[in-house]
Unconditional design. Structure first.
Length: 235
């Protein structure tokens, strides 16, 4: 009986032995994106050949996805530009493909392409978006915190990214949300704001009382947003 128990314990130990081995994967990956976009150049861009200009990247919401660029003129900077507003910056309004979400690496790739092919001041590159584009703004900023001089996410959220808020410790950010938003809860913005504020990041939060999901119209029509945005400079 004693021998049987000893054998049983030995067998159990073998069954419980750690069979894990340390491994590593190192490699490159390539993604393919197909982002069409509307491009607006500021007055003087074509005549002031040596001047470097700020760049604003705009990410729309889920309702404007597809292949019809006219759709993205419904909201935000492209709507204002279509109505005649002038910006002292190059403005690129990207369009996400149908049934897709914003890919932060794709957004960064378009940003890099514009910097490479246009006269862009790399210390004054800005990112903003609404709803799905607000989420995309957060995602891109977390992946590439040293690319943009400031971000302005509207009625979006950073999900669980708040646990790595330290990545954005030095990135100026102005967050906007309506407290009656039925599509994206205002708590999404409040949570990441609290996390950034706790570590002393240069973050601001504007919550509009009584406002639903459309917190972007009054935000983009507010000259204070653009004044603040263009004052930010990386490095």
């Amino acid at each position: 009986m004693v021998k049987y128990l000893a054998l049983l314990l030995a067998t159990s130990s073998m069954l419980l032995a750690d069979t894990q081995t340390p491994e590593v994967y190192t490699g490159d990956f390539v993604i393919k994106v197909n982002y069409h976009y509307l491009l607006s150049k500021p007055e003087g861009y074509d005549t002031e050949k040596d001047k470097k200009w700020p760049l604003v990247i705009f990410l729309h919401g889920s309702g404007e996805r597809g292949s019809n660029l006219e759709l993205i003129k419904k909201h935000g900077p492209p709507k204002l530009i279509a109505a005649g507003q002038k910006f002292p910056a190059v403005v690129a309004s990207l369009q996400c493909e149908s049934n897709n979400l914003w890919n932060p690496h794709g957004v960064k790739a378009v940003t890099d392409h514009l910097i490479k092919t246009l006269n862009i001041d790399t210390s004054r590159v800005y990112l903003t978006g609404i709803s799905m584009g607000g989420f995309g703004t957060w995602e891109t900023a977390f992946e590439y915190p040293d690319t943009y001089a400031a971000i302005a996410p509207i009625c979006g959220g950073a999900g669980v990214r708040w646990v790595t808020a330290g990545r954005l410790k030095n990135l100026p950010c102005w967050i906007f949300h309506g407290d009656k938003d039925g599509a994206v809860p205002v708590e999404n913005s409040q949570k990441i704001y609290d996390a950034l504020k706790k570590i002393g990041a240069p973050v601001k939060l504007t919550i509009y009382p009584g406002v639903g999901h459309d917190s972007w119209t009054q935000t983009y029509e507010n000259p204070e947003l653009w004044k603040w945005l263009f004052e930010q400079k990386r490095g």
